[in-house]
Design a protein around this ligand. Structure first.
Ligand code: F3S
Length: 700
């Protein structure tokens, strides 16, 4: 669990009354740390701002026997790769990029906090059997092409919806040419195509990585088990629901964005695409690292480019930030002289934390960005929805490999192609990058492989035996943390609701429950709910965060929700495709439920968000005929006709729920909608939430 989502997961776990977790668990303090000036000052300031939350998480960890990885230790997925992931492991993580662990052959799935509570309490965790997309890799990467390009290319092919309901499994001869960390990068960004998870078969590079991270015996065992059983590789003659082939020999670097990770442009076409779309022709910053791309391999390749530029007398033209994924990476690249190369060039090394990747980026002192000015940044991160990085909706984030980001930093121009173009230095001489070196897959064994560094305060206690008498303090006056009051159970009557909002177009979890400044309220449901759907576009007015009440008064969306909640008017939201795409953010389900939402009716859902809604007692339905979306205006009344029947059959009623719709002008009609409620999920709905249900089962 990362620190932002762990708060709500643990607040929910606490309501179950258990003395310890049933499976091993860990907490990682990474999302709440702001990037601004550099690691030391930023970390100190962020610890001061968030001490109440960190103390809460640490006390929960102690009480329930959970590993606590403090602020500065690193980003959850990198720490998992370095310490926990292993071929054949099955793991849930409260973050959508949990599949990063697939780089070591794990099946690792991103979930919401309530799903994590399933694992923590030993409750069976359920998933609709996914399809399997096979990606056949052949050839070998060379030159500028990097593992990141496998997934940026694939995102363009599959789009943000293409992996929904599927596991992506890589196979083919190209797999054996990749480093474990390169495979982790590819699995990490499988989240961007909506995949349930991504995974690779066992490879020798996994064994090498396990050895370098001081887990040699696990690598040996994996190899042995695989030889005996073949469980860690594709079955002979395996059939996939879909196969896509990628030849690594000819793969071109790609740049994806802005504002969506599937807008993929090969580098050779990027300059013309920038001009055609009138995107800014100057870049404003370059950022590398994060959970996606801060491996030793990445850093050595980037260092080879920085050294070339340095030799030619070039300096970065725009701010250059580097986020190490963990203290282990930071300490190792410092020991091996890479940090010195970066710092000499003028790069800023940020704390080992999410920082700019999740809106925790303070650019207030940068000139030219006043009033949300349009600007372009290049990052080696994984996600680029509007406002994601610096809170500015006009910051265009172009996702690419760290090598390509670095080249843009020295050019400063968005129309630059490092494979063909030159940069003119201050001395008037032209400089052309050679492709990055092949890099070092791992730190040398002679140097002792990876070092953990000397900051023992970043690491968890050796002994994680639960200490039940530990007091978990939550102040009643805190604006950061609030104990939960269970949601009321279903009253066993057909629902009757009003449509509070009809959402137009893309509506990600960032639109439903914005991050950035709101992250600090993750443990306080009432306060964070003031952000509910503030990023959504109202289909009828075309405006963002705009709603209209029965009396015609105009309000923000959360204001109207609070008003209706106070007046006991339950409500529904109507939306279009892939509603809730993007992340496992359970607040995107908790907040609507807290504010009186009972039904979300869409053309389609993103898987994790749909599950999260069910866990919080909200009914997710999809239009049997998507054209019905156009027939229902806001303020309509919706009544379920056969919900009780569906619930009484444990969801096994053929998969439909009928709705009677009465429009504000009095016209009335019925429509058919589809549900995916399983037997357990029906129990969650009836109990008011999954936690209520688990608590009652545990008590019994
Ligand atoms: Fe953190 Fe960004 Fe990764 S928020 S976990 S660095 S995707």
């Amino acid at each position: 669990m990362q620190d932002a989502s762990a708060q709500m997961a643990l607040l929910q776990f606490m309501t179950c009354g258990m003395a310890s977790t049933v499976v091993p668990a860990s907490i990682h303090c990474d999302h709440l740390i702001v990037g601004k000036k550099g690691a030391d000052t930023d970390l100190e300031a962020s610890i001061a701002t968030n001490s109440e939350v960190f103390d809460f998480l640490e006390s929960c960890a102690k009480k329930y026997g959970i590993e606590f990885w403090g602020p500065g230790s690193g980003i959850i997925h990198q720490i998992v790769l370095e310490n926990f992931s292993a071929p054949g492991l099955m793991m849930l993580g409260t973050d959508s990029h949990t599949p990063n662990a697939g780089g070591l052959g794990a099946i690792a799935i991103g979930v919401g906090g309530a799903d994590a509570v399933d694992a923590l309490t030993g409750t069976p965790w359920e998933l609709k059997a996914p399809k399997v997309i096979g990606i056949k890799l052949s050839g070998r990467l060379s030159g500028w092409a990097a593992p990141k390009d496998v997934i940026t290319y694939l995102a363009g092919k599959l789009t943000v919806k293409g992996g929904t309901g599927s596991i992506i499994e890589y196979f083919g001869s190209g797999v054996d040419t990749l480093s474990a960390t390169g495979m982790a990068t590819i699995c990490n960004m499988g989240a961007e195509v909506g995949a349930t998870t991504s995974t690779f078969p066992f490879t020798q590079s996994m064994k090498r990585y396990l050895t370098a991270t001081h887990r040699g015996p696990i690598g040996n065992l994996a190899e042995e088990v695989n030889k005996e059983t073949g469980f860690l590789q594709a079955d002979e003659g395996a059939e996939y629901d879909q196969v896509i082939e990628i030849n690594l020999d000819t793969l071109e670097p790609h740049i994806n964005g802005p504002f969506t990770p599937d807008l993929a442009t090969p580098i050779s076409k990027f300059a013309s695409t920038v001009k055609e779309n009138d995107w800014p022709q100057t870049a404003s910053a370059g950022l590398i690292g994060s959970c996606t791309n801060s491996s030793y391999h990445d850093m050595t390749r980037v260092a080879s480019l920085v050294e070339q530029a340095d030799k030619a007398g070039l300096k970065p033209k725009i701010p250059f930030f580097i986020t190490p994924g963990s203290e282990q990476i930071r300490a190792t690249i410092e020991r091996d002289g890479l940090t010195q190369i970066f710092e000499k060039s003028g790069a800023t090394i940020l704390a080992n934390a999410c920082g700019p990747c999740i809106g925790q980026w303070d650019r207030s002192e940068e000139k030219g960005l006043e009033n949300n000015a349009s600007n372009a940044i290049f990052t080696s991160f994984n996600r680029n929805f509007k406002s994601r990085n610096d809170g500015n909706p006009n910051t265009m984030n172009f996702l690419t490999s760290p090598e390509i980001v670095t080249a843009f930093i020295y050019s400063g121009s968005t129309t630059f192609n490092p494979m063909t173009d030159t940069i003119v230095g201050e001395d008037g001489k032209s400089f052309k990058f050679d492709p990055p070196s092949a890099g070092e897959e791992l730190p040398s064994e002679a140097n002792g492989g990876f070092t953990k560094g000397t900051r023992s305060e970043f690491y968890p206690a050796e002994d994680t035996t639960p200490v039940p008498e530990t007091e978990v303090a939550v102040s009643p006056t805190s604006d950061r943390l609030q104990l939960l009051t269970p949601f009321e159970p279903f009253n066993n009557q057909e629902l009757k609701l009003n449509v509070i909002l009809k959402v137009q177009g893309k509506c990600t979890t960032d639109h439903i429950s914005a991050a950035g400044v709101w992250l600090k309220y993750k443990g306080h449901l009432e306060n964070i709910s003031n952000n509910t759907l503030i990023g959504a576009v109202n289909k009828e007015t075309g405006k963002v965060n705009h709603a209209i009440d029965f009396d015609g008064s105009e309000t923000s969306i959360p204001e109207l929700m609070i008003r209706w909640k106070n007046n006991n008017v339950p409500w529904a939201v109507i939306a279009e495709d892939n509603y809730g795409e993007g992340s496992a953010r359970e607040h995107a389900a908790l907040s609507p439920r807290f504010l009186g939402g009972k039904l979300v009716l869409t053309k389609s859902f993103a898987r994790i968000h749909e599950t999260n809604l069910k866990k919080q007692g909200v009914l997710p339905l999809t239009f049997a005929d998507p054209a019905d979306y156009d027939r229902i205006p806001s303020l309509s009344t919706i009544e379920t006709v056969d919900l009780i029947d569906m619930l009484s059959k444990g969801g096994d009623n053929g998969g439909f729920v009928t709705l009677k719709v009465t429009k504000p002008d009095g016209e009335s009609f019925t429509i058919k909608t589809k549900h995916t409620m399983s037997k357990d999920q029906v129990e969650f709905f009836k109990a008011g939430s999954a936690i209520n249900y688990i608590g009652s089962v545990r008590a019994a």
